[in-house]
Design a protein around this ligand. Structure first.
Ligand SMILES: Nc1ncnc2c1ncn2[C@@H]1O[C@H](COP(=O)(O)OP(=O)(O)OP(=O)(O)O)[C@@H](O)[C@H]1O
Length: 326
């Protein structure tokens, strides 16, 4: 079945003026990517990469200097209200909640704005309290909830609007392992059972590996990878080797490895490298042979998404490798 585009981000540009100073910051520099209906897309990048700027431009909180965001085919700058009707967002540090109201009062307040009948509202609220495991907390004040529960409630409130797309900025930041897991499972259910589309901006690599089929990685305001998470892992796995040696490396060898393999890791008698070119394996063997270093074995090594991410960021800043799929 043909995948259906729900959001198109086209050549987005955003320049900030630093207050007081005349300096300009190009936060986003030609970012383009598509989001397909029913997927969870991971938007990744190191601090200051331009993720929040991209997310805020998608949900209409920021006006880009160039480029466009299409939501269900509508240019959001031209049909702002209509286009944004399909999106709700939970932004980091900006929980859309009233702290002096209870969990249930918050849900009632926000659904009250939507013009649904009392019966429908109660049904929806109960459904969300169940889904988010918040039933036992319904009469507690938001201010007394843990950070994880507040985060769950913020997502529940965003779901009241029943929009097709949910934007989540760092949804698992600061959550303990158990709550982080609970939030992940709940997001999977929302996509599976309600057919929602979710864009997650995060630094939490296990979240991406577990939740997202595809990832868009941004660095320095540009997209450096737009790929399925599995494909990226496979790509790096097929290039990742581990040499086990019996002798210690000389300083000269270490320097040669560093020079030839920007992405490497030496741990006692094991050297892990990621190959770039076909003859890299031979270059490595030559470096070892040069000083008669004995190679005990050479293995393909496994990588996790965190390593892949680090490698892409490092490569991106060293030689601007672009891994964007068309
Ligand atoms: N209001 C602003 N005024 C000036 N510069 C800004 C403003 N907001 C962001 N920036 C700058 O724009 C760049 C991108 O910031 P952005 O917040 O989009 O990155 P990010 O990827 O979300 O980072 P983080 O992971 O740290 O939240 C950074 O250099 C940041 O300092």
């Amino acid at each position: 079945m043909e995948k259906e585009k729900i959001i198109e981000v086209k050549d987005l540009q955003k320049i900030y003026k630093k207050r007081k100073m005349k300096e300009l910051v190009q936060a986003v520099d030609g970012v383009s990517f598509d989001v397909y209906r029913g997927e969870i897309l991971g938007l990744l990048g190191p601090n200051g990469a331009g993720k929040t700027t991209t997310i805020k431009s998608i949900c209409g909180l920021l006006k880009p200097n160039g480029g466009a965001v299409y939501i269900n085919g509508l240019d959001s700058s031209k049909n702002r209200l209509k286009a944004l009707n399909d999106i709700s967002a939970v932004l980091e540090g900006n929980r859309n909640l009233y702290w002096r109201l209870t969990v249930k009062e918050n849900l009632e307040y926000f659904i009250g704005n939507r013009g649904v009948s009392r019966k429908q509202a109660q049904g929806k609220i109960n459904e969300l309290l169940d889904l988010f495991n918040l039933k036992s907390k319904e009469n507690e004040l938001v201010s007394s909830l843990s950070r994880g529960m507040q985060q769950k409630l913020a997502i529940a409130v965003a779901l009241l609007a029943d929009t097709e797309v949910l934007l989540l900025d760092e949804p698992t930041l600061g959550l303990d392992v158990e709550t982080g897991y609970e939030v992940r499972e709940m997001l999977k259910r929302i996509v599976k059972e309600q057919g929602k589309t979710i864009i997650i901006s995060t630094h939490d690599m296990p979240v991406v590996q577990d939740l997202c089929e595809r990832t868009v990685i941004i660095n320095g305001g540009k997209v450096i990878a737009d790929e399925k998470v599995d494909n990226l892992i496979k790509l790096f796995e097929s290039r990742a080797y581990c040499f086990t040696i019996t002798d210690e490396l000389t300083e000269h060898q270490k320097m040669a490895i560093q020079e030839n393999f920007p992405i490497y890791h030496i741990n006692e008698n094991q050297i892990e490298i990621t190959l770039e070119k076909d003859d890299d394996l031979y270059i490595m063997m030559d470096i070892l042979k040069e000083e008669q270093t004995h190679i005990e074995k050479i293995d393909r090594t496994t990588v996790d998404f965190e390593q892949v991410f680090m490698k892409l960021i490092k490569e991106g800043s060293e030689n601007e490798t672009v891994l964007a799929s068309s």
